[in-house]
Design a protein around this ligand. Sequence first.
Ligand SMILES: C[S@@+](CC[C@H](N)C(=O)[O-])C[C@H]1O[C@@H](n2cnc3c(N)ncnc32)[C@H](O)[C@@H]1O
Length: 220
Amino acid sequence: MNEQGATVTKKYWNTFYKQNVNLPKSSFCSKVQETLTSESFVVDIGCGSARDTFAFASGGIDAIGIDGSEEAINLNKSKAKELHLPSEVSFVTLDLCKSSDLKSLFEELKIQGLEKRKHFVLYLRFLLHAVDDKTEKTLLDTISDVFPQGTRFAAEFRTKEDEQLNKIYDNHYRRFVDTDRFIPDLESKGFEINSFFKGTGLSIYKGEDPFLARVFATKR
Ligand SMILES: C[S@@+](CC[C@H](N)C(=O)[O-])C[C@H]1O[C@@H](n2cnc3c(N)ncnc32)[C@H](O)[C@@H]1O
């Protein structure tokens, strides 16, 4: 994606979140919640309206939501003040393609997490198909450089098998991820795959049943 494409995408998401999107937690969030303990610290990368970040925090899990849309992050910050959550939740606006900003934030989180003896869970729902190859690479390289051994990775995203299926199309950037490329890539960044599944029936919304992958991995 060139600079112009990135600006258009950012504008799309800011307009989208202005409508004050209020969705229940995702089915992927429920799946991940089953694996968490009170020591978990969820880093929700591309959190959007924070439907899942708030669900983690409501369940007593510390969480941070990161997104490039300042509109979404400002709304999330206001909502967090209104809700009396049993755990710490915070939000940061950050463009994931800015590798030095990303690295600084991750380093800061690593220090906080180690001080509080937390176990990181990097959570990426519907994020990987919303960014381009270059941003995916920057993100995975930075994750690999910074986060400690034992860090867990949980991602749900559209795969190339989804490209031909019917969609509610609203003309925003979408990339269909080739899992034959993605899985070895993640392994090459020091992650061991714990489980990998792809198919339909995972996240049906407004009659659309996307072909998705779910990947769980742990940093070696
Ligand atoms: C499909 S939404 C997913 C939101 C949320 N995870 C969910 O499941 O509802 C994709 C999100 O990625 C964010 N995003 C896209 N490109 C980004 C970038 N370069 N940096 C940061 N966030 C980005 C968008 O702002 C949007 O909130």
